[in-house]
Design a protein around this ligand. Structure first.
Ligand SMILES: [Fe+2]
Length: 300
């Protein structure tokens, strides 16, 4: 291997950053070079600002180690950490905002691949699921207002007690998850149950951090959507319930104004027979032209 040019001996703290940058200058891949040079520059500036003690540095090691050790096939503490630091939302908004497109929102730690395929009108809640029925009707449009047919739409949500099926032994496998396709009018519609807000998992180091910051762990009620259509930038987003608690203090910073949907409580006019009260949600998603991609599920 043809190694990078030697960079010299470290003289002092003041010149340290320039030396590390020099060590990385021969990085072959230009984007990796750009990212790592900026990362080192900003981390070094952070260290100069806060002047970590040796003990604090060790605590940082232990924290990151615990973040890794808390991960398993059903839980991703790395994604959770990015979420509660506002990193996930900032990346999403930098990549998905502007023009008239629907804002993106964080993917979150609970997206699974391989959700069951459903037809429009199907119910993604297992028979006998508790909670008030919810009828969702959505259009998928482009920025010119034209309907996008044949878009693949993954939906997933927490139950009325605030747990995703992978967290809850009472729910059947893949309950409240499904994949739909928009019809010839660019629409999808399905039945579910009204989701509840929920606390993010606090059994790991991220929970300790939130407690130390006197932050509650709750997210407002929402449904997740991933919309993939050829020729359009994939939209990863969430639609929040307008009557939910914690809309103004989402622990994961996911709520932007255009993502607050109207979850209307009604007693008549359901698309199919129901006993008593039910909710409806109507929402129009707007996709910008771009490259369609598929997010990688953070859990199995
Ligand atoms: Fe969620």
């Amino acid at each position: 291997m043809d190694y990078a040019t030697p960079f010299g001996i470290i003289e002092d703290a003041d010149t340290m950053t320039a030396v590390v940058e020099a060590a990385m200058r021969d990085t072959t891949h230009p984007r990796l070079r750009q990212i790592m040079l900026a990362l080192v520059r900003h981390i070094h500036a952070f260290l100069r600002e806060v002047r970590l003690s040796d003990q604090e540095f060790e605590q940082g090691h232990a924290f990151l180690r615990a973040v890794g050790e808390t991960c398993n096939d059903k839980h991703n503490e790395v994604v959770l950490l990015a979420d509660v630091l506002g990193i996930s939302t900032l990346v999403t908004l930098l990549n998905n905002s502007g023009d008239s497109r629907t804002s993106g929102a964080l993917l979150g730690p609970f997206f699974r691949g391989g959700a069951p395929r459903y037809e429009n009108g199907d119910d993604i809640a297992a028979k006998g699921s508790p909670g008030l029925p919810l009828f969702v009707r959505a259009k998928v449009l482009n920025t010119r207002g034209e309907r996008i047919r044949g878009a693949t739409v993954d939906v997933w949500q927490a139950s009325p007690i605030g747990l995703y099926e992978n967290q809850d032994p009472e729910q059947p496998e893949m309950n409240l998850r499904g994949q739909f396709r928009t019809d010839e009018y660019g629409e999808l519609y399905f039945r579910s149950v009204r989701p509840s807000g929920y606390p993010v998992p606090t059994h790991g180091p991220v929970g300790d951090l939130l407690a130390a910051q006197r932050r509650h762990p709750y997210r407002p009620a929402h449904i997740h959507f991933v919309i993939v259509a050829p020729g359009y930038a994939t939209l990863v987003t969430q639609v929040f319930a307008d009557d939910s608690d914690h809309l103004n203090s989402d622990v994961a910073f996911g709520v932007t104004r255009d993502l607050v949907g109207r979850y209307e409580l009604r007693d008549a006019g359901a698309p199919e027979p129901v006993n008593g009260l039910f909710y409806t949600l109507e929402y129009d998603f707007v996709l910008a032209e771009g490259e369609s991609t598929h997010p990688v599920p953070p859990i199995k």
